[in-house]
Design a binder for this molecule. Structure first.
Ligand SMILES: Cc1cc2nc3c(=O)[nH]c(=O)nc-3n(C[C@H](O)[C@H](O)[C@H](O)COP(=O)(O)OP(=O)(O)OC[C@H]3O[C@@H](n4cnc5c(N)ncnc54)[C@H](O)[C@@H]3O)c2cc1C
Length: 423
């Protein structure tokens, strides 16, 4: 079967790999000149299999409001908010206050993450990919005793799902991450020992190369304009090439993995996908003192900033900002991220020389990604992965490939079903 995957981010490329492994002829369409160059480019680099949770968190609603007004609070919003932002927020509130939904979705995401870890390990064994990848664990720091109590509750839930997590005191944390010598308060941490890290952009490019070696066709610098369909199926894909020429491409099946831009393709077919671009920022700098740098990845709960080791580089990431597709990078945001780095790993890098980046998490208003069959018999969706697309890429690629092959997916997809937004 010839399957066309729209989008060459980490989700699209991993999907292409799984389909190719199963013997399909695969074409990937990507508007950038290389893979993993949009949201997958400079994210926090965590493969946080134990830390996936839905965006619509009822406990977060009240906590988040003060963050909006605090100068270095982790949540920001463009003012005045656009209609799209307001619609997304109200929809989020509706899901957050749906009884039982958060717990149901969280467990579903954790199951998918567990599967993703297994699939990543298989993939990393099968292929030699250089992406500064490691599985050396993940720490969520507690800067207050209350934060540590919260982690104890999380640990109980994870234990019930056979997901390992340990509560550490401050001395144990410092033993695991000796570079943590800053003046930030530290009461302990929750440690996810089997979680991992890796450069999502490098991974996407390396995997795209491996796919090409196996016969997958990557067409870069093409913009998919429209899916041409009748009531039953998608008949062809209209794309615009770099030279402005239009082309109609035929396919037996189409997978939309176009991140924040997926709705543009499916809405005209009567399948709206309410994916909102939740903005974040990152800084990447060369490590100048190994001993003072993180060994793996650390989440600082004060600023909600993540600091990750990627080979000889440090990646520091933060902020959740509702500001549509605004690509500006205000200095104030970067200063907060720098403050977090200096407060936790002082002297590990010249953070002022770091390269800055901003990207958009493809967020659904409830939180789980959109994975499954679309509203045409040969249309499939693997998109809307929000905060956790890197973590969930390998697992979601495997399950969507099973759906396409009419096999039972390894993970129940109820929480991810595309049609849930119109129910
Ligand atoms: C600051 C930040 C930190 C993050 N940290 C983490 C983390 O630590 N761990 C984690 O798991 N996740 C993290 N994420 C989330 C993760 O990066 C995303 O979920 C993931 O990259 C989404 O991948 P994707 O392939 O769905 O989307 P994208 O990478 O955006 O790929 C979609 C691709 O589709 C292409 N496209 C769209 N429309 C068209 C069209 N019409 N024609 C042709 N091409 C098209 C785009 O050019 C793009 O390349 C973070 C995100 C941000 C912003």
């Amino acid at each position: 079967m010839h399957v066309v995957v729209i989008g060459g981010g980490v989700v699209g490329v991993t999907t292409a790999w799984e389909l190719c492994r199963r013997g399909h002829q695969v074409t990937v369409l990507e508007r950038h000149s290389l893979a993993g160059n949009e949201t997958s480019k400079a994210n926090a680099a965590q493969r946080s299999y134990g830390v996936v949770y839905p965006w619509a968190d009822p406990a977060m609603v009240l906590k988040a409001l003060p963050w909006l007004v605090k100068q270095d609070g982790p949540l920001k919003m463009g003012m005045p908010p656009s209609l799209a932002t307001l619609r997304f927020m109200f929809s989020t509130l509706r899901y957050a206050w749906s009884p039982g939904l958060f717990g149901f979705n969280r467990r579903a995401m954790l199951r998918l993450a567990k599967h993703s870890r297994e699939r990543f390990l298989v993939l990393e064994n099968e292929l030699e990919l250089n992406f500064d990848g490691a599985h050396k664990g993940l720490l969520h720091l507690a800067s207050t005793p209350e934060a540590l109590d919260g982690y104890r509750r999380t640990q109980r839930l994870l234990k019930s799902m056979d997901i390992p997590a340990r509560i550490l005191n401050a001395a144990e944390v410092e033993q695991l991450e000796p570079g943590l010598s800053g003046n930030g308060p530290l009461y302990g941490a929750i440690s996810y020992d089997t979680d991992g890290t890796g450069d999502c952009h490098l991974f996407s490019r390396e995997l795209a190369r491996a796919c090409e070696e196996k016969g997958v066709v990557f067409r870069y610098e093409v913009d998919v304009e429209q899916l041409l369909a009748d009531d039953r199926r998608v008949n062809s894909i209209m794309l615009r090439c770099k030279d402005g020429q239009r082309e109609n491409l035929n396919a037996d099946a189409v997978v939309v993995s176009a991140g924040c831009w997926s709705d543009k393709l499916t809405r005209p077919l009567g399948q709206p996908l309410p994916i909102y671009p939740v903005k974040g920022y990152s800084l990447t700098a060369t490590i100048t003192d190994e001993q003072k740098a993180p060994i793996s990845t650390v989440h600082d709960d004060r600023y909600k900033v993540v600091m990750t080791r990627l080979g000889d580089r440090l990646r520091a990431t933060g902020f959740v900002e509702l500001n549509d597709f605004d690509r500006s990078i205000p200095q104030a945001r970067l200063e907060t991220i720098k403050k977090a780095v200096r407060g936790r790993f002082p002297g590990c890098t010249d953070i002022d020389s770091a390269e800055s980046w901003t990207g958009f998490r493809p967020m659904t208003p409830d939180g789980p990604a959109i994975i499954g069959r679309g509203n045409r018999e040969n249309l499939y969706l693997n998109t809307g992965h929000g905060v956790f697309g890197w973590t969930l890429a390998a697992g979601s690629a495997d399950v969507i490939a099973s759906v396409i092959d009419n096999q039972e997916p390894a993970v129940c997809l109820d929480a991810f079903r595309p049609e849930r937004f119109s129910e």
